[in-house]
Ligand binder design. Structure first.
Ligand code: ATP
Ligand code: MG
Length: 578
């Protein structure tokens, strides 16, 4: 492509509403333009990259025997009613009506469409497994569209669905998908962490999220650099550091101690000269739906994970109780609550960390007073013990015991075992080999195509712009005619442009009659992997300069070698990515 024919509007300044590097660079490099809140036009360079990402995904899906289809964006309300999601999806679903007052949704995901197709087209166990995918636009009325194409309201997703009659069959496809996803992200130049819903203790996991470490991410993950463990902080198991109990193994009798105005663990630590681990933190929580109250206990050096706590209690929502409720339960103001001798009986749920505690200290449910020498099982017995502990960096890895790190992550892909939720709701039955009818089970597998592109840019850029890996760069090589008005420079540039075309190297020839500095800047901004620089000076010496975007390295080559050296550079860059 000749630059004089191309819509490639680069920007010098950082656009006003862009805050993260990928959003800023996609706008500055002329890849996208905003059309409305959360939807973007892809300009020629942006679209080329997107198509390359789609093709890499396609190749890996085809390799595992998935077949590509295309569902309509419109999905009739009746299908949503069958699955029960017309209401469940609430405000995220874009809904519309036709002239006959039929209702539709713009597809945010296609479980309904695929289950309906499967129900009509498949009948026998012999046809299983069925693996179907598409590359298509999705619509979600996100509450907060932001960060450009990272979280938009219209985006492209590769969504795949599989159907099986046995768990083993589903496991096999799920596993193939997991391997295919790893291959895809690697080919895109993305380093991902794999976050599984469980760590394998229960025999295989039900979901796996592919996360890209990034400060703008909305998910917090803990992960281990020594093994492959990674988990969402909401779910991460915690391996506790054990206190040294041998010194005080004998427990004395429960004893009150005056702690005037001393409420927090830090204040207690200073006042009583005891380590944080000696205290039991006692917090009262409330279920805002039902109004019920519980007391949750955790060792003083740890924090409660409210998501885990709500999960353990089976509550949809959870909040900390107010001062009046604390007074009602404990008979004391906030800061002096403890599990022994509560004024009002409420359920007590203790974290695993509390179970082994001896000679512990906690509030005495009396103003300015704490108890010492509390013994689990003697002075209080919780109604429930559960893991409600919040993991954080520095904790031991549950799998290899090395130190865990904490990071923010962006989800680029997600694979999930769905079970029979949709097939059951849609009344799907398949004849098994005994001619009895069975409800098939499903898996679903998504990759955010545009979000992956943004994530690649987050992970591959510098102060000059994007550094695309050659396999997804909009063009692989940029020909920079340093003085395009010079007839010799122009002629040689054209010759090289033709050679590259013939050799299947995608070339972008900057034939504009402008300063060379701008050409270099634009090529770097758009992440073109190599620049082939044609100047009068170089022509005089018979050597042409090739400059590698990623390393800044320069190679001088003869005209005849340009194609072979350029290809060799791509191979080197791809190898370095492995
Ligand atoms: P999130 O938690 O980020 O909202 P999700 O759980 O809703 O994601 P899925 O329904 O699993 O996402 O969709 C599959 C993939 O589609 C995600 O892994 C992500 O890459 C992409 N995706 C989801 N929502 C958006 C969006 N609003 N904009 C861009 N990509 C998205
Ligand atoms: Mg979402």
């Amino acid at each position: 492509m000749r630059m004089t024919r191309l819509l490639f509007p680069t920007l010098k300044e950082v656009p006003r509403d862009a805050v993260i590097p990928s959003h800023i660079l996609m706008l500055r490099a002329g890849l996208i333009r905003k059309l409305g809140s959360g939807f973007y036009t892809y300009l020629p360079l942006g679209l080329r990259i997107l198509k390359k990402i789609e093709n890499i995904i396609r190749e890996e899906m085809d390799k595992i025997g998935a077949q590509e289809v295309l569902f309509p964006i419109l999905i009739p309300k009746e299908l949503w009613e069958e699955s029960g999601r017309w209401d469940a999806f609430r405000k995220e679903l874009f809904r519309l009506q036709d002239r006959h007052e039929n209702h539709y949704a713009l597809g945010p995901t296609h479980e309904e469409s695929v289950t309906d197709l499967f129900r009509r087209e498949y009948t026998s166990y012999r046809e299983m497994p069925v693996v179907i995918y598409q590359m298509a636009v999705k619509f979600r009325d996100e509450i907060r569209p932001r960060f450009g194409v990272m979280r938009s309201r219209e985006f492209i997703m590769k969504d795949a669905y599989s159907f099986h009659l046995t768990e083993e069959c589903l496991d096999k496809t799920y596993n193939d998908m997991s391997i295919a996803y790893q291959a895809i992200f690697k080919r895109l130049g993305l380093k991902t962490l794999s976050v599984r819903a469980d760590t394998g203790a229960m025999g295989g996991s039900g979901s796996e999220e592919f996360m890209v470490e990034n400060e703008t991410g909305e998910e917090i993950i803990v992960f281990c650099r020594s093994c492959s463990y990674a988990a969402n902080i909401e779910k991460a198991e915690t391996v506790l550091q054990q206190p040294d109990v041998s010194a005080a193994a004998e427990t004395s009798a429960l004893e009150e101690t005056a702690t005037p105005g001393v409420r927090t663990i830090e204040e207690l630590e200073n006042f009583l000269k005891l380590p944080k681990m000696s205290f039991i933190k006692s917090l009262i929580y409330k279920n805002p739906d039902s109004g019920s109250l519980v007391m949750a206990l955790i060792r003083g050096d740890r924090e409660i994970n409210e998501k885990k706590l709500a999960g353990a209690l089976g509550w949809a929502e959870i909040t900390l109780a107010g001062d009046n409720e604390i007074l009602e339960v404990t008979g004391a103001p906030a800061g002096f609550a403890g599990p022994c001798l509560l004024k009002k009986k409420v359920e007590i749920i203790a974290d695993l960390s509390v179970k082994e505690m001896r000679n512990a200290v906690s509030g005495a449910n009396k103003k300015d007073t704490h108890y010492k020498n509390i013994k689990f099982g003697r002075d209080f017995t919780p109604d429930r013990i559960a893991d409600i502990n919040k993991a954080h960096s520095g904790d031991a890895c549950p799998s290899c015991r090395q130190k865990l790190f904490e990071s923010r992550g962006v989800e680029v892909g997600h694979i999930f075992k769905l079970g029979d939720k949709y097939t059951k709701a849609f009344g799907v039955k398949i004849a098994d080999n005994n001619s009895s009818e069975k409800i098939p089970i499903m898996g679903c597998y998504g990759i955010g195509v545009n979000r992956s592109l943004a994530a690649v840019i987050e992970q591959n850029h510098d102060e000059n712009g994007i550094i695309f890996p050659p396999q997804i760069a909009p063009y692989q090589a940029g020909i920079i005619s340093v003085n395009a008005a010079d007839s010799r420079v122009f002629a040689v540039s054209e010759e090289i442009y033709n050679i590259l075309q013939k050799e299947d190297i995608e070339a972008l020839w900057d034939d504009r009659d402008i300063r060379a500095g701008i050409k270099f800047k634009d090529a770097d901004l758009a992440g073109i992997p190599v620049k082939i620089i044609i100047s009068e000076k170089a022509l005089g010496s018979g050597q042409i300069e090739i400059k590698i975007r990623k390393t800044g390295e320069t190679r001088m080559v003869k005209k005849e070698e340009i194609a072979s050296v350029t290809k060799a550079i791509f191979a080197e860059l791809e190898d370095a990515q492995q």
